[in-house]
Design a protein around this ligand. Structure first.
Ligand code: SF4
Length: 377
């Protein structure tokens, strides 16, 4: 929209719509538990900035070490010029209970902090003074770490904002370091990219990223998928050229020859629970199907809703992006996760042959060699 769009009202004579001047923000969900959640979230953050995000707000969270890690990661990965806004959610006992129960996807409130919140409930102000001070301390930490602002949530009147900011103004410049040692509510076994500085308890900028957890074994289906993709679908292989010819000369080039279509249907249903979307994203997700195994059909990285690696929607198991990360890690290629050009699925291809669409350059993969993320405005 900021670049200008063609109006669809008169398709024969498209008139450019007036350009908008939105400031584009994006979120990052940095309070994740497992390595296969944390790193893909950071990779997706890089992608958002490459695609034009002009500022970033992090997810609600209460762990200074993870907050400092986000800032450090951005510094060390060429994102230091993108302003970071710290998320400060002003708690109360009821909200603390909801957050602790895990009912809000992506929001975590560790048991020690929940206990502190519960202790406030019997106080005459229902813990208001405690929670306002906690919020003011979080603002101070964000400021001390170099965040460019704070986003205050959970309050609905201006006087509450004034009260919290007034508390924050009473702090001395270095108080935030003390608060950062105090507000450390990670979970047992939580993955961090950086070691912890024993003096500050924050991410240690002097240390290299920690050795990561060993990768898990991958399935034979994954190995077979990789091999067959390289042989049959990489552009310019003899098989890909032959497939293109076969489909182009078939009676219905959208379906390709009937026996080949039947083979595609049966093999992909058996291996990937394929839903026949016609615009296949398997190669970008380490051969996991987003249509059948992701509740949100996420084709450009994980959403922020995982709980300890699992999908926020019951019945889906481990997030496909966590599994994709582990498969790539097994091959030593985890840093290539999300290297692909962002996918905009072509819904018009549903129930057509994904193989034919790939060979004949109709699917999103055809764009991968010449499309790059849009330049930041
Ligand atoms: S064609 Fe679509 S539905 Fe089938 S495996 Fe690929 S992504 Fe999944």
């Amino acid at each position: 929209m900021n670049h200008g769009l063609a109006s669809r009202e008169a398709p024969a004579k498209p008139q450019p719509l007036e350009k908008t001047h939105f400031t584009i923000g994006a979120v990052t969900s940095n309070f994740k538990l497992r390595e296969g959640e944390v790193i893909p979230q950071y990779r997706k953050l890089e992608k958002k900035i490459a695609c034009g995000a002009q500022f970033i707000i992090n997810q609600i969270g209460f762990d200074s070490r993870k907050i400092s890690e986000l800032h450090l990661y951005m510094d060390q990965h060429g994102m230091h010029s993108t302003p970071l806004i710290g998320n400060v959610y002003v708690l109360n006992p009821r909200v603390a209970e909801i957050f602790h129960s895990g009912r809000i996807p992506g929001v975590v409130l560790a048991p020690p902090l929940f206990d502190l919140c519960r202790q406030q409930a019997p106080s005459p102000d229902n813990g208001k003074a405690f929670f306002y001070e906690l919020a003011a301390k979080q603002i101070a930490i964000y400021r001390g770490l170099g965040f460019r602002g704070a986003y205050l949530g959970g309050i609905h009147n201006y006087s509450a904002i004034e009260s919290i900011l007034a508390i924050e103004r009473t702090f001395a410049p270095d108080d935030w370091k003390h608060f950062a040692r105090e507000i450390q509510f990670s979970r047992p076994g939580e993955f961090f990219c950086y070691a912890q500085d024993p003096a500050t308890l924050l991410a240690d900028p002097r240390e290299n990223p920690r050795p990561r957890t060993p990768s898990r074994r991958v399935t034979a289906a994954y190995q077979i998928s990789k091999l067959s993709h390289d042989l049959i679908f990489e552009p310019s292989t003899p098989f890909a050229r032959f497939g293109a010819k076969l489909c182009a000369h078939s009676s219905d080039p959208l379906q390709g020859p009937a026996p080949l279509r039947a083979l595609e249907h049966l093999s992909k249903a058996a291996l990937y629970h394929c839903k026949d979307c016609g615009d296949c994203s398997l190669p970008e997700i380490a051969y996991l199907c987003p249509e059948s195994q992701c509740a949100k059909n996420q084709r450009n990285g994980p959403c922020g809703g995982t709980r300890e690696g699992r999908c926020e929607v019951d019945g889906y198991g481990d997030c496909i992006w966590l599994r994709a990360y582990e498969r790539l890690k097994h091959d030593g290629r985890e840093q290539t996760l999300l290297d692909h050009v962002p996918v905009i699925q072509n819904q018009a291809l549903r129930r057509t042959s994904a193989w034919a669409n790939n060979w004949l350059g109709r699917d999103h993969a055809a764009k991968r060699d010449h499309a790059t993320p849009r330049d930041p405005p």
